[in-house]
Structure formats: C-alpha cells, structure tokens
Ligand binder design. Structure first.
Ligand code: NAD
Length: 369
C-alpha cells in the first residue's frame, strides 16, 4: 500500500495531513509513504524529517498517484488528473465541492470527507473536527488576550491592584470548552453558555459559571450531539441572556455553530454598543458567517471602541501541533480502513460509509451528520 501526502495549496493553509511521527508508525506497519517535496515546510516538518521517518520525498504527481492520497483540504480538481482509478483521497472537503466530486467520480477516485467522521465513541480518535476545534478554541483566547486593553488575571502590584477580566464564551462544544479552560488558565473570570443542556455540566466542571440555564433548550441536541436551529421564541431567550451579560464582558469568544447551516446570530450591533470600549470579541464562527452581526470574516473591525476579530482557519495558525493532531486522526483512519495490508473501503461500515462522498465512480447522497 502506497500512501501519498500532498503539499497544501489553499491560501492560509499551513498544516500537513501526515507528520513525520505518523509516517514512522505507518512505515512500521508496512506501508510505503511518499511525501510531496516541501509538504510539511509550513508546519515545520522538513523533507529530511520525513526521509528519516522512512518516507520517500517525491514530486507532486508521484504523491498524487498513490493508493491512498492524504491532504488537509481538498486538492484543486486539476490535481486529480494524476490520481489513479481505484485510489482513495482523504481530505476536508467542505462546502461548494461539486466540481471536485464530479472530477473524483469521473476518474473513479473514491473520496472520504474528513469532516464527516461520525461523532461516536469508536471514531473519537479519527475526529478531525474535534482535534482542530481544540486548537481553534485555545488560539481564539490568545488572540483576544493580545488584542485586549487589559490583563486577564487579577494583579496585585506596587503600582496598584487590577481586577480580573470577565470572559464570556458562547457555544460550549469542543472549541468553546477549550476556550473556557484557556481563559481560566490565564486568570479570567469565565462564564459559558450553550443551548444544549448537556453542555451546562461541562462548563461548570471547568470552573466557569453557566449563563442563563433558563435559555437552554431541552430539545436542542441531535442524536449526533450537535445543536439544532432554535425556534424563534427560544432564540429570543438566548438573545436576551447574551444581551444581559455582554455589557459586563471584557472578552467574548463566540463559537456557536450548527452543522451545515450559517452560524447562529447571538450578538447584535446594539449589544456591541453596550460593551466597554477596549473590549474584544473573537468570533470563531466567522467562517460560517459569524455569531456577531458586525463580524467581517478574515478581518478585524472596531465598532464603538470594541475590537471584533473574525479569524479564518485558526488551526492553521498553530501549524505544528494542529498538524500532529490532524495526522494522528488520519493515521487512525488509515488503520481503520486497512485490511490485510490494503485499503478496503467498506461503505456499509458506520464510519467509512458516513465519510464516503464518491465511491467507484458514483457520488453518494449524504444527509446532515
Ligand atoms: P459545533 O462546532 O457544531 O458547535 C459548537 C457549539 O455551538 C455546540 O456546543 C452547539 O451546541 C453550540 N450552539 C449552537 N447553536 C447555539 C446557540 N444558538 N447558542 C449557543 N450555543 C449554540 O459542535 P462541536 O463542538 O463540534 O460538538 C458539539 C458536541 O458534540 C460536543 O460538545 C460533544 O457533546 C459532541 N461530540 C461528541 C463526539 C463523540 O462522541 N465522538 C465528538 C465530538 C463532539
């Protein structure tokens, strides 16, 4: 079995799908790994480290011609010309991928979408959404702290005493819980909120307060553990709760998301205008439109003295560790797909079936996870 690792071409993408430590394990298990020259450079994994791990460093067309081709983001459709019929491509596929799906079907390249790993215990170690959301939640707090006009911790110094910052984290899924833990470590007084009832206990267990238990919806959670879109009345309760707390917050990290839908709007312009000048909002959901009405994806704007950061691809900014976590997820997936030394796609399998968007020349219709 030949595993190919591609160099990323998307703007702002600094990660690599397999790092040298993951390559070592795959080579030990009998695989041949071919890595495109320079694939790991922006994640600080150089070609020599891949060679030392037992990989061959090759030109792009050779890496694309492997049995299993790994990338962080879906490659340009033109790159698929080098893939062979019957090969499998694993990558984050994302929205608006019709041309890629058609190209895979035409070339009989099987396509597994990494963001579609089911949220089940058995698949936890392959769950790229979770590993990368962990990175995003951590980095969002650091961005917010460095843009803030005040310390996060309480300080008692000869130059006076300073009160701790108040942080509000909206959405307490994987990214939100990591943001809560990080803001707490930096000394902020943290309040968290989520519409899913199960999140309240997790917020409290991290030593944060839980905002407005009355705004939690009993039926907000799908079978897969995700949130659903809220009914208007429930959404109104959430907006009231957020509006009531945001004016006292120095740092807001918003991570609320609904799979396959635009990010829920939780912070209006009027709410921002109640905040103190010098406060910061980091909108982790900027990529899907943002939780704040004033967020501009990829930019930082200042409104009434409040800085609103709309970061894109936060995991990529911590390229080494994000890649290591990504690679561990991909390596576990490869082990799952491998039968007697070869990649075997069993689309009746709960994990493989949920991820497979193109199989044997045909697109597979997929509902929401
Ligand atoms: P996500 O990125 O889709 O959403 C982030 C958070 O936003 C979620 O917690 C969601 O409830 C919240 N949210 C949505 N609408 C909101 C609103 N209007 N107001 C406030 N919050 C809102 O989700 P995620 O972080 O990827 O995962 C969510 C949950 O799924 C996890 O906390 C966990 O319970 C479960 N999960 C399970 C597994 C597993 O079992 N393997 C793996 C990962 C996640």
């Amino acid at each position: 079995m030949r595993i190919g690792v591609l160099k990323e071409t998307a703007p702002r993408e600094r990660r690599v799908a397999l790092t040298p430590d993951a390559v070592t394990k795959l080579v030990k298990a009998g695989a041949t790994v071919v890595v495109e020259r320079g694939a790991g450079a922006s994640a600080h994994c150089d070609d020599a480290a891949y060679a030392a791990a037992g990989a061959e460093v090759v030109e792009a067309s050779v890496a694309r011609g492997a049995d299993l081709v790994c990338a962080v983001q879906r490659p340009e459709p033109a790159a698929l010309a080098d893939c062979r019929a019957g090969a499998t491509l694993v990558a984050l596929v994302g929205q608006g991928a019709d041309v890629t799906l058609a190209a895979c079907a035409e070339r009989k390249v099987n396509l597994l979408a990494l963001e579609r790993v089911p949220r089940i215990t058995r698949a936890q170690s392959m769950d790229i959404l979770s590993s990368q959301a962990t990175v995003a939640g951590y980095k969002a707090v650091l961005l917010g702290a460095s843009a803030a006009s005040r310390f996060l911790p309480m300080l008692t110094t000869a130059a006076g005493s300073l009160t701790p910052a108040k942080a509000l984290v909206l959405g307490a899924g994987v990214a939100g819980l990591q943001a809560i833990a990080t803001a707490r470590r930096l000394g902020a007084v943290v309040t968290g909120f989520d519409v899913r009832a199960a999140a309240a206990e997790q917020v409290l267990s991290l030593g944060a307060k839980f905002l407005a238990p009355e705004a939690v919806a009993g039926d907000a959670e799908t079978k897969g553990g995700y949130a659903k879109e809220l009914a208007d009345e429930q959404q109104q309760k959430v907006l009231e709760a957020v509006g009531g707390a945001i004016a006292q917050s120095d740092l807001v990290i918003s991570t609320a998301a609904i799979p396959g839908r635009p990010a829920p709007r939780l912070i209006t312009a009027a709410m921002v205008e109640t905040m103190k000048a010098g406060s910061v909002i980091v909108d982790v959901s900027a990529e899907t439109g943002g939780n704040c009405e004033l967020t501009v994806p990829g930019e930082t704007v200042v409104h009434h003295g409040v800085t609103i950061i709309g970061p894109l691809n936060l995991p990529s900014t911590l390229s080494l560790h994000a890649s290591q976590m990504f690679a561990r997820n991909v390596q576990t997936l490869i082990e799952h797909l491998r039968k007697e030394g070869e990649i075997v796609l069993d689309i009746t399998d709960e994990i493989t079936g949920a991820m497979c968007l193109v199989y044997d020349g045909a697109s597979r219709q997929q509902g929401a996870a």
